[in-house]
Design a protein around this ligand. Structure first.
Ligand code: MG
Length: 369
């Protein structure tokens, strides 16, 4: 089998509500999504998506995905998309780094490999647990009552896990965390996501002040060096996501005991081929995981749901349904959807999603052999 044609689509995905990242420092209202259709001489077609969570969150850029695909297209045309390590190497040789641009191609290749093997991606990744994965909400930063109102709106659609954005004024953060924990239901879990907004001093003050609560804090500071310093002076469990980009980051975190949780975001780490290695590092070292899209449509959520469901339940803390925050559905009725607060993947080979052409419109670029 070989790749004969690559078509690239751009779609703006508006958010239902404006979103403020931790500390109110980053606001955005629309996501710049790229969809990739890869066709083969075997008649199998695969789809991938790359949607950064805005371009102010981590080094990833919607137009950069399309530029990266243009650069890599000739290196992957003619290759067998089922040979995922060969695909990875071909992309790395012609464009080192730029993992976020490689993720949609990687997903389209997994979609093709799954269809060729007649297996859903989760089974290709080792096998599905029969239970779906709890969805974590993404709660925009704000006053405690405002944040609790958002949690209450997610409770109505079954959510039991919440990722609450904090960071900024540390006295307010201590108050916010105590208020939200006081109002947390017994079967709920809240992850407090700082999105790098604290300095080391601020992080140590807040994390020590709430150490009695047994909460988990995500990405409290900017770098892994900061988190390594913080780990020595705090006991509150840490999840790392923005600083978990490469396999070397994963092995360092595991070996040096820098964090207790991995937050694996698929677009950031370059797709499933790379993410599955991080999963295995985590499993080998007793590290639990959140597996999430970086942002995007039901396709990105479903990609994350496939990897999540290949993880034993005791290591799987949650996933995300960014689709619930959007005003556009690119594939109505398809893919992993919220049912009672969980995403569950289907038996359909590959990831099982073909976008509605009427929603995507015409490709912005087409590459052929
Ligand atoms: Mg996070």
């Amino acid at each position: 089998m070989k790749i004969t044609k690559i078509s690239v689509y751009q779609k703006d995905l508006p958010l239902k509500h404006p979103y403020w990242l931790s500390g109110g420092r980053l606001k955005f209202e629309v996501l710049d999504a790229t969809f990739v259709k890869i066709e083969t001489d075997a008649g199998i077609t695969g789809w991938g998506e790359g949607t950064p969570w805005g371009h102010t969150y981590v080094p990833a850029h919607g137009p950069g995905i399309r530029a990266g695909i243009e650069t890599m297209a000739q290196a992957i045309l003619g290759k067998d998309p089922r040979k995922l390590a060969h695909m990875e190497r071909a992309m790395d040789q012609c464009l080192p780094g730029h993992l976020y641009a490689k993720a949609p191609i990687d997903l389209a290749c997994w979609d093709i490999a799954g269809q060729a093997a007649d297996l859903p991606i989760a089974d290709m990744l080792g096998g599905r647990d029969k239970e779906g994965t709890w969805i974590a909400s993404s709660v925009s930063s704000g006053d405690p009552d405002y944040m609790l109102d958002i949690i209450k709106s997610y409770r109505k659609i079954g959510y039991k896990v919440h990722s609450c954005k904090v960071g900024g004024d540390i006295d307010k953060d201590i108050g916010r965390i105590r208020f939200l924990e006081d109002n947390r239901l017994p079967d709920e879990r809240i992850l407090y996501d700082v999105n790098r907004a604290w300095t080391r001093r601020e992080a140590s003050i807040v994390m020590n002040a709430v150490a009695d609560l047994g909460i988990t804090v995500e990405q409290p500071c900017e770098t892994l060096d900061d988190i390594a310093g913080l780990r020595q002076i705090t006991t509150t469990p840490i999840s790392v996501d923005e600083s978990l980009v490469t396999l070397q980051d994963a092995t360092r975190i595991a070996r040096d005991g820098l964090a207790e949780v991995f937050g694996i975001k698929l677009n950031r780490v370059g797709g499933l081929t790379r993410a599955v290695r991080m999963r295995d590092v985590a499993l080998a070292h007793g590290i639990q995981m959140y597996i999430m899209a970086t942002g995007g449509s039901v396709m990105a959520d479903t990609e994350a749901a496939h990897l999540a469901q290949s993880i034993p339940r005791e290591f799987r803390l949650g996933t995300w349904a960014c689709q619930d925050m959007l005003t556009i559905d690119i594939a109505p009725g398809q893919g992993a959807r919220n049912v009672d607060g969980k995403l569950t993947v289907s038996n359909i080979p590959g990831h099982g999603i073909v976008p509605d052409p009427a929603v995507l419109g015409d490709p912005v670029a087409v590459y052929k052999e």
